[in-house]
Design a protein around this ligand. Structure first.
Ligand SMILES: *[C@@H]1O[C@H](CO)[C@@H](O)[C@H](O)[C@H]1NC(C)=O
Ligand SMILES: *[C@@H]1O[C@H](CO)[C@@H](O)[C@H](O)[C@H]1NC(C)=O
Ligand SMILES: *[C@@H]1O[C@H](CO)[C@@H](O)[C@H](O)[C@H]1NC(C)=O
Ligand SMILES: *[C@@H]1O[C@H](CO)[C@@H](O)[C@H](O)[C@H]1NC(C)=O
Ligand SMILES: *[C@@H]1O[C@H](CO)[C@@H](O)[C@H](O)[C@H]1NC(C)=O
Ligand SMILES: *[C@@H]1O[C@H](CO)[C@@H](O)[C@H](O)[C@H]1NC(C)=O
Ligand SMILES: *[C@@H]1O[C@H](CO)[C@@H](O)[C@H](O)[C@H]1NC(C)=O
Length: 757
């Protein structure tokens, strides 16, 4: 967390304090910078550091800091051409000129100011990939993605020429290479050389040429980091950062059911880290761990603080202290006062990586009976640093050693991600870039201010970036709108305004509802039913492709017994015509016995079974807390108790005969089969009761931050809509999804991964 730390500087400080004869000599503290302010360490005596601070979006020119020399003068300021500059100023970033082959861009300047826009077009016969138009952002970088003209003739697409770079190599066949250089004084982040792979993709990541003091906007970091990181957290397809023009980069990643994630956090506490900075770092890490915990993948952490020496705060090899909960307990106990023992001027990145390496070796040894499990582990290293690595040499060889140990060449790049968060403006870009991962369409190196880190990790929770993870909703208990139950679907009729039903989104082309919602259709016309999803005011109408009722559903199946309506197997799936794109208001809920639910429940067995899910979700002790959406009347979530214990269940079911149509039923099991879950209250214990239009909606269970559907609302003893909004002593019956799994699997098996058993 230091200011300026370069090897020469440390040496200088050492000599000065060693000689101890600088008494009385000070540099003039009355130094200004146009449009900015300064900070001074040690009040201007010899060795103190003057730092220029500019407002957001500006950077200090020509230097960021100066040191008080023994002659009582501040070190000289030189620009990039070596000329001495007498007065510093805060300058705005400029965007470098873009470049495009087989195309053109307008307007054509050498540099562009913040807010300028360029547009691209391609010669005939070429199609444009990337952004057609880009705007220069406040950090001196273009928004959107590099525009490239493609003819589609080679094994790999034209990799393009990022703004401010020069590309050499024009052959894009298998094994061909392209190389990049940054123009002027721009620094290169990403790969300076890329090879066309057999897969038709370029190796590494697209280079970015940026000003050495440029920074990432927190929202950019959040979206890139979470797009990359969420690969760990989802069991299926994640749409990474893609522009509308190019959707081909959406990637698929299937994690094993028993996958584990090891996260190694390296926090640079060298140099002049202030108490405030330390607190901010701990806050940011707490936010991060809390966030990851919500995804409930199995995570173990290693936490290392380092300066010239490294200190292990959390050892990943010790299972009992390295899970999320333990780390959340340890973080607040870390004291600024304690870190001063290794927070001297040095930054020994190699030493810190070696500490990680040693932890990995220990961890692997501790899993020696579980080698198969070890091979499933994915590793993420997150380095937070604000200074120059000035001890221990180039960290790249140590990173290579880690890669070799994990056998990354063989098992695949997806098993290791190295993220570097450069804090402040004095990070050694080249060296850090050399250890950060480079993956196609991903970013692993970020420049950001310490105070923005917490924002970054908080906005990772932006649910638009969690792919199609099931059962995620706005956890804020106060929201009662669609974002708190984004899976809610409404079923209406175009010829009967009175008709209402509900449903739930269970995949990007599937709605789960009650079969009776498709009863009595005029001439069997399914298109007389209309389905809506999304927030009110922004509702999306879905086109129905087909309706699949459970084959055993037969409303009139027991008419001969005097049971005029029989709701056994009252469940249906509606396939919609075009795939849904998920947003904060449109998301799927989790279904039992799916891989997604195993992840959400964080079941620790290696191979969780459907029985494990049932025991976790519907234990047969007494009652289980659940929710349904009383959309029709109140638009809100209602809490109910599923009666799962034998006697509770029997009492609940017996009340079915209070329903007007069942008054003559002698054996309640004739109407309440094993397929039903029973909720609702008795005279002394009233509970929320559904309305008629709530039928087809989900009955679901909250597990920490995730939601899993266990039932479909079918029928009730009393239609609440006809009564007041008070809880009622009446019962509701719901189709138990655990009892219709084969049917769910048969129809959803291609779009959702179900457990084998
Ligand atoms: C600082 O410098 C400015 C102009 O360079 C001068 O006007 C001002 O009096 C100085 N202040 C002090 C405290 O020396
Ligand atoms: C770039 O920013 C401009 C201005 O904010 C915006 O209109 C445009 O949609 C952005 N383009 C991309 C590709 O993000
Ligand atoms: C850096 O750390 C490593 C491992 O802790 C240690 O062996 C090495 O001596 C350190 N280098 C310096 C220059 O202190
Ligand atoms: C959740 O809802 C609250 C209240 O409406 C809102 O302030 C917050 O931004 C939402 N969070 C997310 C992640 O959408
Ligand atoms: C429903 O059950 C009744 C009575 O058993 C039978 O006549 C009818 O064919 C059944 N309908 C379907 C669709 O199976
Ligand atoms: C119940 O039985 C009585 C007497 O047989 C009959 O009048 C009544 O209609 C029956 N009710 C229903 C809902 O079947
Ligand atoms: C699932 O995919 C297989 C193979 O593509 C296909 O034969 C089958 O009909 C699909 N099932 C459903 C329910 O779409």
């Amino acid at each position: 967390m230091g200011l300026v730390r370069i090897a020469a500087l440390n040496l200088f400080i050492f000599l000065v304090s060693g000689e101890n004869e600088n008494d009385g000599i000070t540099c003039n503290p009355n130094i200004t910078i146009r449009d900015g302010t300064i900070t001074l360490s040690k009040g201007g005596e010899v060795g103190s550091i003057l730092r220029y601070i500019c407002p957001f979006g500006l950077y200090p020119y020509p230097v960021i800091s100066r040191i008080c020399r023994r002659n009582g003068r501040w070190s000289l300021m030189r620009n990039d051409h070596g000329r001495i500059i007498s007065k510093a100023e805060c300058r705005a970033f400029k965007c470098p000129t873009p470049s495009i082959e087989q195309g053109a861009f307008f307007p054509s300047n050498t540099l562009y100011a913040v807010g300028d826009t360029v547009s691209f077009e391609c010669d005939d016969g070429y199609s444009l990939w990337g952004s057609k138009s880009r705007t220069c952002m406040i950090n001196g970088r273009w928004n959107g993605t590099t525009a490239v003209c493609q003819d589609g003739l080679d094994s790999c697409p034209n990799p393009g020429i990022p703004a401010g770079s020069m590309k050499s190599g024009t052959n894009y066949g298998f094994d061909d290479k392209v190389k990049y250089l940054c123009l002027n004084d721009l620094v290169l982040i990403g790969s300076n050389e890329r090879i066309c792979l057999e897969t038709g993709e370029w190796s590494g990541s697209e280079p970015v040429c940026q000003h050495k003091y440029s920074f990432d906007l927190p929202e950019e970091v959040a979206s890139y980091f979470s797009a990359s990181f969420s690969r760990f957290l989802s069991e299926s397809k994640i749409d990474s950062q893609v522009t509308e023009e190019d959707e081909s980069h959406g990637r698929k990643l299937i994690l094993g059911q028993n996958h584990k994630l090891h996260i190694y956090i390296l926090l640079d506490v060298s140099g002049s880290i202030q108490k405030e900075d330390f607190k901010k770092a701990i806050n940011a890490l707490t936010t991060f761990v809390t966030m990851i915990k919500q995804f409930e993948v199995g995570v173990n952490y290693g936490l290392v603080m380092f300066g010239s020496r490294s200190c292990v705060e959390v050892n990943i090899a010790h299972d009992d202290v390295s899970d999320s909960d333990s780390v959340l307990q340890i973080l607040p106990t870390l004291k600024y006062e304690d870190i001063t023992r290794y927070s001297d001027a040095g930054t020994n990145m190699t030493g810190a990586l070696k500490t990680i390496f040693e932890m990995m070796v220990l961890k692997k040894a501790s899993m020696k009976d579980k080698q198969a499990e070890w091979r499933e582990v994915r590793h993420a290293i997150m380095i937070f640093t604000d200074g120059r690595n000035n001890m221990g040499g180039n960290p790249k060889p140590m990173m290579d050693r880690i890669r070799n140990f994990l056998d990354i060449e063989k098992v695949g790049e997806e098993f290791l991600d190295v993220y570097v968060f450069g804090l402040g403006n004095d990070v050694d870009t080249d060296e850090m870039n050399s250890v950060a991962s480079k993956k196609n369409n991903e970013k692993h190196m970020f420049f950001i201010q310490m105070e923005d880190l917490t924002t970054v990790f908080n906005s990772m929770l932006d649910l638009t970036s969690v792919g199609n993870l099931c059962g995620f909703a706005n956890k804020s208990l106060t929201v009662s709108d669609q974002s708190s139950f984004p899976w809610y679907a409404e079923v209406r009729s175009n010829d009967n305004p009175e008709f209402r039903c509900s449903g739930s989104i269970v995949g990007d082309e599937w709605i789960l509802t009650a079969a009776h919602c498709f009863e009595y259709l005029t001439e069997g016309n399914i298109n007389s039913r209309l389905i809506f999803v999304g927030a009110s005011g922004k509702k999306v109408q879905l086109k129905i492709d087909r309706v699949i009722k459970h084959p055993n559903y037969n409303l009139t199946g027991k008419v001969e017994m005097g049971i005029w309506e029989f709701y056994d197997y009252d469940i249906a799936l509606v396939k919609i015509k075009s795939k849904l794109s998920f947003t904060t208001n449109i998301r799927p809920i989790c279904l039992p016995c799916t891989v997604g639910t195993s992840v959400a429940l964080r079941i620790s067995q290696t191979k969780p079974t459907c029985t494990d899910h049932e025991e976790e979700l519907l234990p047969t002790l007494r009652t289980v807390e659940a929710k349904f959406i009383q959309k029709i009347q109140n638009h809100e979530l209602k809490n109910v108790k599923i009666k799962t214990g034998a006697s509770e269940r029997a009492l609940c079911e017996q009340d079915a005969t209070n329903a007007a149509i069942y008054v003559n039923v002698s054996n309640v099991k004739d109407v309440v089969t094993d397929r039903f879950l029973c909720t609702g209250g008795s005279r002394n214990n009233p509970e929320a009761i559904s309305c008629k239009g709530d039928s087809g909606g989900p009955l679901y269970i909250q597990k920490l931050y995730r939601y899993i559907q266990v039932g479909v609302v079918s029928w009730g003893v009393v239609n609440m809509c006809e009564y007041s909004n008070l809880p009622h002593h009446a019962r509701d019956f719901h189709i138990n999804l655990f009892k219709v799994l084969d049917w769910l699997k048969q129809h959803l098996g291609n779009s959702t991964r179900f457990l084998d058993q």
